[in-house]
Each structure stands twice: as C-alpha cells, then as structure tokens.
Write a protein that binds this ligand. Sequence first.
Ligand code: TRP
Length: 450
Amino acid sequence: MKRGQFSSRLAFILAASGSAVGLGNIWGFPSKAAENGGGAFLLMYLFLAFLLAYPALMAELTLGRHGRSNMVSTLDSITSGLVQKRLGQLTGIMGVITATMILCFYSIIAGWMMAHTLASIMQTLKMYKIAEWLVTFSLWRNICFSTAFISLTLLVISAGVEKGIEIWSKRLMPCMLLLLLGLIVYVLLQPGAEEGLKIFLVPDFTQLADPQLILSALGQAFFSLSLGVGTMLIYGSYIRSDENLPVAGALVTVSDTGVAVLAGMLIIPALFAAQQLGVDIYTETGRLISGPDLIFHALPALFEGMGEAEALVAIAFFTLMSIAALTSSISMFEVPVSWAIETQKMSRLKASIAVGVFTILISGIISYKFTSIFEIVVVATTEWAQPILSLMLCLFCGWLMHRNHLLDELKQGVPDLESGLFWRIWPTYVKIFCPLLIVIILVQSFLPFS
Ligand code: TRP
C-alpha cells in the first residue's frame, strides 16, 4: 500500500505547527505564565523550547523519516538483538497508548470550546436556555461535545494524509492566525490591557530559580511541541526525503513558540482589562487566576462588558480555541491510526473508526468520573509519560541509530550538513545533554524542597 506524504514543505510546516499549536499554547501557556510570574516563565519557556525541545523534536523527525512508519515499527526497525527490540516495541506501544490517552482528555476540553462557541451564537439568537446549558458543566454536555469533537477529528483523519491532514491544516491554520491577531489588536486597545502586557513581558528574575517554574516550563515545552508520543515521528515519516529537516524543525519550533507568545499577549492583557470591569483576577493566595476560571469566567466577563462587540468577540475567541484544538487532535489521532494500519493491516477507514469508538468510550469514562480521574490522566500522560518517552526517543536516536545512518538521513536534504553547526552540536547533544537534562528536571521534581 502506498504511504501518504505531504506535498510540500509548507504543507508539512502547517500540519506540524497545527499539531504543535493548540490548547497548550492558547490556554496552557498563558495560564502557566500567569501562575508563575509572567515574564520569568516566558523566559524559561523560550530557553527550554530551543535548547531542549527543538533537539528532541529533531530526534523524532529524523527517526520518523528514517523509519518511514509509525513509532512501534520505526523503533523496531532501527534496533537489533532481542532486548533492544523489545525495548523499542515497548517504547513505541507506550507512545501509542499515551497519544490516545492525551486525545481522550484533550477532546473533553476541546468539547468545552465548541460548546462555548455554540453558546455565544445561541446568545445572539436570544436562545438563553440552550446557551445556559451549553456553558454549564454537566456530564451530558461533556459527553456530547467530546464525542462531537472526536467525530470531527475522525472525519479528517479518515480522508488520509494529503486529503485530510494536509488540506485541513492549510485551511485552518491561516484562519486561526487571523483570529488570534484580530483579537490581540482588539484586546490591547481596551483599558487596563497595558498593565497585563507589562506583567507578561517584563521578567522578575528572582522567580527564575523556582524549581516548580522550571518543571512547569519543561512540561509546557514538551506538550506544546507534541513530543514523545510519536506524533512528530509520524509527521516526520510523511516528509519528502529531499526536505531540509533541521530547517523544517526550526520553523515549526519558531511558529509554535511564536503563537504561545502571541497568546500570552492576548490572554494576560485580557485578564487585566477584565479587572477594570470589576472582575476579580487574583486567587485567595494572591496569584493570578488560571485554568478554567480564567478561560470560562474572567474572559467571558470581559466580553460581556464590551457591549455590542460582545457576541462577535466571544464567538471569535472560542472558534479560535476550537480550531487550534482540532489541528492538534488530528495529529494525536494519526498516531494510533497509523499504527493500526501498518501493524494490524487495517484499512484507514476501519482503523479511524476503531480508534474513534475507543477514544469516545474512554473519554466518556473520564467525563463520568471527572473529579477523580481527569487530573490523574493529565498528570500521568503529560508530566510523566511524555518526558520519559522523549528521553527514550533521544536515547534511541543518539545511541542506537547508527551515526552514519543518521548522517545519511539528514544529508538527503542538506548535502553540506557535515560542515554546518547543526551536525557539530546536535548528535552529541541528543545523545547526552538532552537525556541528562530531562532526568535532572524529573528527579528534582521528586525532591522534598521542590
Ligand atoms: N501540542 C498541542 C498543544 O499545544 C497538543 C498535542 C498535539 C500534543 N499532539 C500531541 C500533546 C501529542 C502531547 C502529545 O495543544
């Protein structure tokens, strides 16, 4: 069977940045920045994104393009000997499971975004009862909307790499960027916004040494670049051989961090503009509010105070969130689907439906037991599984993939690779520095004083 392939560099960049840019950027990043001292968090995040996440992203892209298949088959093909092979398969399977679990909780949050978009539309139609149900937390609302969101993702994925992932990334990413820029301009013109901008951009250096800030920024960098679970690996496997991987990877990193910074310039100033309207933006402990309180209470309160523009701005904001979530969930969905197609010999349609039904069931269970398991699933997948799997992928790329194969793989798109800075630094870097840094950060989070 012919494998799918992105038709151009732009198609890959849009699809991979579509994966990277998601709720993690527009919700997670500003929220965490608000919690951890604004500018200081931004600085640490930028530092870790380029110094740690970019090299790890390159490991995934290179492994993927070399293996030309899903994470399990790729790690199996580059290893030899029983122990190595088993370890490769295990890592691959853990990646597929983690990606699927991330999709399950992600679709619940994405469902909230869709529900809020619809609620804003209902408001303008004066259908207040329905709007009220849509914005109120309930089991059925959560289940309906996560199911709808997963079904939408399924539709895109079942159409394949070029006709599904590529076309929709090309359509949705420009819309997302336009909405984001439009909203930033609007919010920055509101009274109070300037103060928020200052808090976000001017770092308080004393906060930089806080271990909690470092761990939080690390988790954010890995989550935001969709690392560790084979998402970038599978997208890498769809890139043409003559493509310049280091440049393509760098462009994805730049656009991902760029959008995170832009989102910070939207959300934090919006929070301070909301304060001008009487919204309480600090928690009892004196920190800025974050998470659902920020997105579903403070910001809508700001929209409400805007008079005529209210409905339009609210619809634009929640549509932006929904689109960003969709291009990300597509990439998570592709991980188990490509695995099922390539190792279980299923057709794309069958694999998509099987994965869709499975994730709808699991996310239904998470919704049902929301208070007891949602947080556990989030922490287990993003704070533990993702960094550990990323560490494993760096080790596979650095130690088990033959250096000549690595060189040959990258040289296809960059003939003079050996004379450049990238090749002088990166191989040793993923081999030693990245794994070490991940271990240090994980271990320090265990220590009692952190
Ligand atoms: N990076 C996306 C975001 O910022 C989420 C995402 C897509 C993801 N694919 C992933 C996260 C794989 C972890 C693993 O919202």
